[in-house]
Design a protein around this ligand. Structure first.
Ligand code: IMP
Ligand code: MG
Length: 334
């Protein structure tokens, strides 16, 4: 029974949704909690050929016993929250903290028309930055004030602490990636709050002493959407040749790409206090690893790669992704 925080190690889109879903299916947590910014995130879960994208509901929805919570630190767009609950068929086990912030139309409009946000930074246009700004000014509406959200209201911090006291597992899901952090990222080309593991805990209302594991998710190459520095960035033609072409799941924009960056990864391990890591899309650099589900079946050179990387990072790599299906995941023996 443990409390685990999952965060992205680079600039988001590392495959957190898939890793969270896999971890949830094996740990069967009583409670899963979304932390992070808000619906600027897009987490993708592919199970048995069915693709589901979530922007607010935790990716642990795949585990039927898990209560799905959105914490006080998160911003919600009420209609999006409600439609996601219905589309995923999770009414009855979806909860929202009354202290979560509410994104209104005016925030979305401002995010899309303000030149600094839309052109210079290249935000997702989902209203999260302007809503955070209103929250800091203490003029943002909270979820508890919105009548349509009443059926979902819960004290999420209370739920988490009760679960911990009952000896149940809890899974906290962060969003974006470490270097999009307002404090530790490439400011000003960042999101509107810190998104490292500490902040995900703060969003949920648990202190550092409650956490057993911090799982940092890396992808086998680095991608970035929006503006800002990306070391060793490849030309779009090179990205295509490598088969690394991706589009943002919220905005549909082409993602910029670069090879795996060990220095960034090491810094991410430190900033998040990682106790373990996951590496997704191994098949993008070792095509023969595609779809493998057992460590022993991975090509020898890919196993050597994982071992070297683990040595360099100084923390165990516990999961390796080999395909888009949640179950295309190798549990690395330790
Ligand atoms: P915002 O979070 O919409 O304000 O956007 C700020 C920056 O973070 C932009 O570069 C976005 O592309 C990036 N960003 C925000 N959310 C995500 C995400 O979930 N994945 C990848 N990039 C993101
Ligand atoms: Mg994403």
């Amino acid at each position: 029974m443990s409390v685990t925080v999952v965060v992205g190690g680079f600039y988001g889109d590392e495959g957190k949704g898939k890793i969270v879903a896999f971890h949830a299916l094996s740990q069967k947590p009583a409670v899963a909690v979304r932390g992070g910014v808000g619906p600027n995130a897009g987490h993708t879960v592919v199970m048995d050929g069915v693709t589901r994208k979530t922007r607010l509901i935790p990716s642990a929805f795949v585990c039927s016993r898990t209560q799905l919570c959105v914490s006080a630190g998160v911003l919600v767009e009420p209609s999006l929250f409600i439609s996601e609950v219905n589309e995923l068929g999770v009414a009855g086990r979806a909860y929202l903290d009354s202290g979560a912030g509410v994104i209104e139309k005016k925030h979305i409009e401002l995010d899309r028309t303000d030149r600094n946000l839309s052109s210079r930074i290249g935000t997702t246009g989902t209203g999260t930055g302007p809503a955070m700004s209103d929250r800091v000014l203490r003029q943002l509406k909270l979820a508890g004030e919105i009548a349509e959200l009443r059926p979902y209201m819960a004290d999420i911090a209370g739920k988490i602490h009760n679960a911990i006291e009952e000896g149940e597992s809890v899974l906290l899901e962060g969003t974006q990636g470490t270097f999009l952090s307002l404090y530790h990222g490439s400011y000003p080309y960042v999101t509107s709050k810190d998104v490292t593991a500490s902040s995900i805990c703060a969003d949920a209302g648990i202190g550092p002493t409650c956490v057993d594991h911090v799982l940092v998710v890396f992808k086998s190459y680095v991608t970035r959407v929006g503006n800002g520095p990306l070391a060793n960035e490849l030309r779009q033609e090179e990205v295509e040749n490598k088969g690394w072409t991706e589009r943002g799941s919220v905005t549909g924009r082409l993602r910029r790409a670069a090879p795996f960056n060990i220095e960034l990864a090491k810094r991410s391990v430190r900033l998040n206090g990682a106790t373990m890591c996951a590496l997704t899309k191994l098949d993008a650099i070792f095509p023969e690893a595609s779809g493998m589900r057992e460590y022993g079946k991975l090509p020898r050179e890919s196993r050597a790669y994982i071992e070297e990387l683990e040595e360099a990072l100084g923390v165990p790599i516990v999961y390796v992704g080999t395909g888009s299906e949640v179950k295309d995941t190798v549990v690395v023996p330790h």
